[in-house]
Write a protein that binds this ligand. Structure first.
Ligand SMILES: Cc1cc2nc3c(=O)[nH]c(=O)nc-3n(C[C@H](O)[C@H](O)[C@H](O)COP(=O)(O)OP(=O)(O)OC[C@H]3O[C@@H](n4cnc5c(N)ncnc54)[C@H](O)[C@@H]3O)c2cc1C
Length: 381
């Protein structure tokens, strides 16, 4: 067992950290305040090949391993969680599923432009009546010759307002009356594809979240991802990969909160000494540091399993559940260490606190993560 990062993984951390601090740092409070997606940042991210992190070079990506992918997301989130969200959704649940399940035609047509950042991707599963329960999906794709006609709507689509390509989950009825669940690759300029108003959110305010509406959108049958019957498997596998990214995101936010609060505890003097000298504060630092290390191990292990081609469903659920939970706890305790100053909008702690909360909810709530973990643990006894 080797706990050392490879040279490449270390270089990725150092270079993305520098990029994040220099390029995202000044903009992070602004995109939060203005609740505005930054197209300038999107362009800057092309320079570090952030749009195809683990996609092979053959398709325009960087071909990095999943641990590198986690490190990139962690380092972006350490500075700007909204940007990390845009990037992780694009990579893990839009580009990657096309690479993993797509036909050569789909890879040439969609993946290359996603991996190079020419186009942005989204993943649309959630609906008004189908959140945790994907089987309640009401969007319907009815086959008509060589096309599927899609009617329905999606809610809370990350990158919804900025993505050119969205993977959309729908129930289908085929020509021979077969029924099931499929993932369709849809493009924003298809007739009948409409984007809703931006959601006014508590956190992740620099990322685009919208509804999508489909009114008789005609999707060629070549755009079905995986085979028709494989839709549910494609969706669940994509979410497994996505959850490692969400864990990395929570980890990055927690790391930022930890660094700030630990440093503050050394310099803030009360009762004639730095507050780090009080056990009530130093124990918080110890707990925070331990939780972050723990979450990092779980996250990298899930990523490593994925790179080995082994099953990582349980580990992805574990790291997503744990990192998001401790992410929230860490941000809360870090803010507490700052006292009243932590509550001020002059400091980023209150943003970290708002941003981190959603990591316990999206790509499967933590209750659903526990259901997945317990199912896996119990069936393998
Ligand atoms: C900012 C943001 C971005 C998002 N991005 C995307 C995206 O890009 N694509 C996408 O498809 N969706 C996205 N979502 C939607 C998100 O994935 C869902 O909100 C999430 O899956 C939960 O679904 P729900 O909100 O309908 O809650 P519900 O499923 O209604 O759950 C409500 C509560 O009941 C609990 N619950 C439900 N079922 C069970 C059960 N079986 N056992 C125990 N507890 C249960 C849940 O844990 C939760 O606490 C996003 C949401 C937000 C807020």
């Amino acid at each position: 067992m080797n706990f050392e990062l490879t040279e490449q993984q270390k270089v990725v951390r150092t270079s993305v950290r520098k990029f994040a601090e220099e390029v995202l740092g000044p903009n992070a409070p602004i995109v939060d305040k203005e609740a505005k997606f930054s197209w300038e940042t999107k362009k800057e991210l092309e320079k570090i090949n952030a749009w195809g992190i683990s996609i092979p070079e053959k398709y325009g990506g960087s071909g990095l391993d999943s641990i590198c992918n986690s490190i990139v997301i962690e380092e972006l989130a350490r500075v700007c969680a909204s940007t990390a969200l845009t990037v992780t959704v694009h990579n893990s649940v839009a580009a990657y599923p096309i690479y993993k399940f797509g036909t050569e035609y789909q890879k040439e047509k969609f993946l290359v432009e996603l991996a190079t950042g020419k186009k942005l991707g989204a993943f649309s599963l959630s609906e008004a009546n189908a959140g945790s329960d994907v089987s309640a999906t009401e969007t319907i794709a009815t086959q008509d010759g060589d096309e599927f006609v899609v009617n329905g709507s999606k809610i809370y689509v990350t990158n919804g307002g900025v993505a050119d390509i969205s993977l959309v989950g729908a129930k289908y009825v085929s020509e021979n009356n077969d029924k099931g669940f499929a993932i369709l690759i849809m493009e924003k300029d298809m007739l009948g594809y409409e984007i809703g108003e931006p959601e006014d959110k508590m956190g992740m305010r620099g990322s685009s979240t919208t509804a999508l509406y489909f009114d008789g959108v005609r999707v060629p049958k070549e755009n079905i991802l995986g085979s028709l019957r494989e839709g549910f498997k494609v969706a669940m596998h994509s979410l497994d990969a996505g959850r490692i990214g969400i864990a990395a995101q929570a980890l990055g936010i927690a790391q930022a909160a930890f660094e700030m609060s630990a440093d503050y505890s050394l310099h803030r003097v009360q009762f004639g000494r730095p507050i780090s000298k009080f056990q009530g504060v130093s124990f918080k630092i110890a707990e925070i540091a331990t939780k972050i290390e723990n979450a990092r191990f779980l996250t990298y292990r899930a990523a490593w399993l994925r790179d080995q081609g082994k099953s990582f469903t349980k580990e992805a659920a574990m790291c997503k559940y744990y990192a998001s939970m401790i992410g929230r706890e860490v941000c809360q305790e870090a803010l507490q260490i700052y006292g009243g100053y932590g509550y001020s909008k002059d400091l980023p702690l209150e943003r970290f606190y708002r941003d981190v909360k959603i990591t316990e909810i999206y790509e499967g709530t933590n209750e659903i993560m526990k259901a997945i973990i317990s199912r896996q643990v119990l069936q393998n006894l």
